[in-house]
Write a protein that binds this ligand. Structure first.
Ligand code: URA
Length: 247
């Protein structure tokens, strides 16, 4: 099937559509060994060798999208050098080369999106789209109004102030406070560090929402494919809605 060159490159997960266009204009893309700098030429990736910076891109796989309810005690990277269990071990039937979109800590549970759509992944993780993530934190330590205000307005972390967050107290569970926190940044261990900065210890952390997706009734450790409408919403959030019409 013939497709525009920039679409083949973005579909292979190498860059967003716009970045692929820049690569073409910069003379970094070749077809069957000849540099192509014109935008919009159409090729069949199954019949021609398309290369970026001299390296052939892989044949385009069917794009797949899964929502996983990650349990504690597994890594959200694709592979672990030390042989520990990763989230991909929970999707043994998936043959495509998929990756998690962003990370959850080893001990964090909840919603993780897994896909081989590199362009969508880049869009969802790009700071400019401010994609929201909501966490449910079980917290040890009293949460005063002052502390909640700090969490909402921004707390100083070693890598800078956090952006404003939505923070909502839920009914207590035993001696623990339960707090729902929505952030759009994606810094390492951000929620745990935000609570530590106000003197509270997170005992359990679960991501319940990401980019408008919800865990719903999905059991821990289980996964399901996204629906078409979920995918359309994700594309819009990742700034890809305008690209649909060009497909
Ligand atoms: N914030 C954390 O502290 N941990 C996570 O896994 C995700 C967000």
């Amino acid at each position: 099937m013939e497709e525009r060159l920039q679409k083949i490159i973005s579909g292979a997960g190498i860059a967003s559509r716009r970045a692929a266009e820049q690569m073409i204009l910069a003379g970094r893309v070749s077809v069957d060994g000849r540099v192509v700098t014109e935008l919009g030429t159409k090729w069949d990736a199954a019949l021609h060798e398309i290369a970026v910076d001299g390296r052939p891109i892989g044949r385009q796989e069917r794009r797949v999208y899964f929502l996983l309810n990650k349990p504690k005690g597994c890594l959200s990277s694709a592979k672990d050098g030390r042989g520990r269990k990763t989230v991909l071990d929970l999707l043994p039937e998936v043959r495509a080369r998929v990756y998690p979109v962003g990370r959850l800590d080893y001990q964090t549970e909840g919603l993780l999106l897994i896909t081989n759509d590199g362009a969508l992944m880049q869009g969802l993780l790009h700071p400019k789209y401010e994609v929201e993530k909501t966490y449910l934190a079980k917290v040890d330590g009293a949460l005063t109004e002052d502390k909640l205000k700090m969490l909402r307005e921004g707390v100083p972390l070693e890598d800078g102030m956090t952006a404003p967050a939505k923070v909502r107290m839920l009914p207590e569970k035993g001696r623990f406070s339960q707090v729902e926190v929505t952030i759009h940044e994606g810094r390492n261990r951000q929620v745990r560090r935000m609570f530590a900065a106000v003197g509270c210890d997170v005992r359990r952390l679960e991501r319940v929402r990401f980019a408008g997706l919800e865990l719903g009734e999905l059991a821990r450790g289980r996964h399901r494919e996204l629906t078409e409408s979920e995918l359309a919403k994700l594309r819009a959030l990742a700034g890809m809605a305008d690209e649909e019409g060009k497909r």
